[in-house]
Write a protein that binds this ligand. Structure first.
Ligand code: PHB
Length: 398
């Protein structure tokens, strides 16, 4: 609405006056576009982001100057769907005029959004998608989640001290390829031998044909990446049904395969599984205990946040911090400058920071054993690899 229209028409002028009283001159709404998976078979992953953001806002964690508000505009990408994600990002940027984009569970979706945020200069804070090279696709990307290299590379080193042979089975898309490459590189460099590799289509729920091949190959250990959520539970069922554990094959992987919220649906199969990861709902840190308690108070005693929730929780913290630092007048380049080196010493997962050089997250990785504690299956943290930078960038950029 222009001043001109207000002064030329009496009725509208009165209306403009009324609006001027209702909305203080300093009022500033910062629009954030949230692209998330709200429907389809992978929606449980999107639910983790949704719950964390809603809780963060409800608990008043987003501390903004008086008169500054966030408007979160939510859009459903329906799953691994790069074309839809691209269209949604385009609409959010052009029509809704968002000043930042966030969310995004899936790597292919993040990759399709990257060129748009570069062109429009819209900061894109990734709350999940974990393929290492995503952050290289735009100077306007920063990530608060993880990379698969961060977990799978140290897992390879750890595993080589315990097993001679490994079979590697991964979902056939970006994060799976990274998990395979990272694990294989570290495991073989430390003297282990990979005796077989299989790539499985990401939406599959029938893992039996792949697992039969693994069983026949008789490796000491099976390293697996499948997406967190329902896929992980389907995988675990296949592993149990085919009796790989009884055949003496030790299951290992990044924490996606023992995703916290699905542990109650996996029965006893994950008992003894060893994983490397940056977050466990069982983490013994005070910040995590209060996070899990708040989550369960809000969503029920059986609701468990997983790493996707924590990526979103910390992502909201980063967004609110940079909006506050700019007094609500958000500039894209200033936002990126603030995100470079952004820190939270007290995340539920431990200390975290965004590497100013790569715009990617730096965080602890924990060796965990999945086991029952007081009757509840948990990922118990045993050992810490402190402040791990994405190893892929460390290798490729040296
Ligand atoms: C990804 O698409 O990057 C992705 C999805 C689910 C996961 C991990 C990574 O569990």
């Amino acid at each position: 609405m222009t001043i001109g229209k207000c002064v030329s028409l009496t009725v509208v002028a009165a209306l403009c006056g009324a609006m001027a009283v209702a909305v203080p001159a300093s009022a500033q709404t910062v629009k954030i576009g949230l692209i998330n998976t709200y429907s389809g078979p992978m929606a449980s992953n999107g639910d983790q982001i949704e719950k964390a953001i809603n809780l963060f806002m409800k608990l008043g964690q987003c501390k903004l100057p008086p008169g500054v508000n966030l408007e979160i505009i939510k859009r459903d990408d329906t799953g691994i769907n790069p074309e839809t994600a691209k269209r949604l990002a385009q609409e959010l940027i052009v029509r809704d005029k968002v000043q930042m984009i966030t969310g995004v569970v899936w790597t292919p979706n993040a990759l399709s959004i990257a060129p748009l945020v570069t062109e429009a200069k819209v900061p894109f804070i990734i709350m999940n998608a974990g393929t290492a090279m995503i952050t290289e696709r735009s100077p306007y990307i920063a990530r608060t989640s993880f990379t698969l290299w961060q977990s799978s590379y140290p897992m390879g080193t750890w595993a080589a001290k315990r097993f001679k042979t490994a079979y590697v089975a991964v979902a056939d898309f970006g994060p799976g390829h990274d998990a395979q490459e990272a694990f294989t590189r570290a495991f073989t460099a430390a003297g282990g031998k990979v005796i077989g590799t299989v790539r499985m289509p990401p939406p599959t729920s029938d893992f039996a044909p792949f697992l039969q091949r693994v069983k026949d190959a008789k490796p000491d250990t099976l390293f697996v990446f499948v997406p967190a959520g329902k896929s992980a539970t389907a995988f675990m069922k296949g592993f149990g049904d085919l009796g790989l554990g009884q055949a003496g094959i030790k299951l290992i992987g990044p924490g996606d395969i023992v995703t916290d919220e699905e542990l109650p649906n996996m029965g006893d199969v994950p008992s003894g599984v060893m994983t490397m990861f940056h977050y466990s709902a069982a983490g013994d840190r005070p910040a995590n205990k209060s996070f899990v308690a708040a989550y369960q108070k809000e969503y029920g005693p059986n609701a468990w946040p997983n790493f996707i929730s924590v990526g979103a929780w910390d992502g909201m913290q980063a967004i609110c911090d940079v909006v506050r630092a700019q007094g609500g007048k958000v500039d894209a380049d200033k936002t990126m400058l603030l995100l470079r080196g952004w820190k939270n010493p007290n995340s539920p997962r431990g200390p975290i920071e965004i590497d100013p050089r790569t715009r990617d997250i730096v965080q602890n990785e924990y060796v965990r054993e999945t086991k029952r504690v007081g009757g509840i299956m948990k990922n118990v943290e045993l050992e810490t690899f402190p402040m791990v930078k994405d190893p892929w960038k460390e290798f490729t950029q040296k």
